[in-house]
Design a protein around this ligand. Structure first.
Ligand code: GLP
Length: 236
């Protein structure tokens, strides 16, 4: 793991932008994308950057809330359009379909898409409980796409985006741990003190499904971009 600590999230996001530009210049074509507040600044930088062009690239997102239609303002479809796709369209963009109630069919469709589009560069955020995508604590390292129950701490963390806690979906479709680990390169960003525990576990903790992000210790091309607050509990 390569760990880079920046004074601010803005500096870390600038570094992530540079790494995306480098990947594009080296011919990477499939980008795994994340949602949440963490990549918002990176997406804003990409949106403004004249030398970023995704029109020949494919994006494939980590997850989507179950039960939310694409047009729902808190769906990850809507998030991606707002923060990136409207400004920087990809040749093709895929997300799980949260409105598909047939979980078996949806999971199969997404795993086939992942097979057809092996990810060159995967962007990740980090849950304060150590989740990646919506792979909550306890997720098997062998997991592929599936319908998952959100941890209570995740529902609490994400309720800020909804009118009330009752409105937060309790389930989501998520790419699995195995699919994340299959990416050629991974960039994980985490900002703020709320992530400090998970950041330290991810880097220094024992590899265990109890803290899903610890699996990244086994990947040979991971760059962790964090701010000083997220680095504040690093114990070595
Ligand atoms: C969310 C998403 C993750 C994200 C994480 C952190 O619930 N499913 O993909 O990385 O939790 O979110 P945030 O960046 O808002 O802190």
């Amino acid at each position: 793991m390569k760990v880079e600590i920046f004074k601010t999230s803005s500096e870390a996001s600038k570094k992530a932008l540079e790494l995306f530009k480098l990947a594009l210049s080296e011919g990477d074509k499939v980008f795994g994308l994340a949602t949440g507040s963490t990549p918002e600044e990176l997406y804003a930088l990409m949106s403004e950057s004249a030398d970023i062009d995704f029109s020949e690239a494919t994006s494939i997102n980590l997850d989507e809330y179950y039960g939310l239609d694409q047009s729902h303002p808190q769906s990850y479809h809507a998030y991606m359009k707002h923060h990136l796709f409207n400004q920087k369209p990809f040749k093709a963009s895929y997300l799980p379909d949260g409105s598909n109630e047939d979980a078996e069919a949806e999971v199969k469709r997404y795993d086939e898409l992942l097979k057809e589009n092996p990810i060159d560069l995967q962007l990740l955020g980090l849950g304060s409980n150590g989740h990646i995508g919506f792979n909550e604590p306890g997720s098997s390292f062998d997991s592929t796409t599936r319908l998952v129950a959100l941890a209570d701490s995740t529902i609490q963390a994400n309720k800020r985006f909804f009118d009330s806690e009752e409105d937060v979906p309790k389930q989501a479709y998520s790419m699995g741990m195995q699919s994340i680990m299959a990416a050629d390169k991974i960039i994980l960003m985490a900002f703020g003190e709320g992530k400090a525990w998970a950041v330290n576990e991810m880097i220094n903790g024992e590899i265990s499904p109890d803290v899903p992000a610890t699996i990244l210790q086994n990947h040979d091309n991971v760059t962790i971009l964090i701010d000083e607050a997220a680095a504040s509990k690093l114990n070595n």
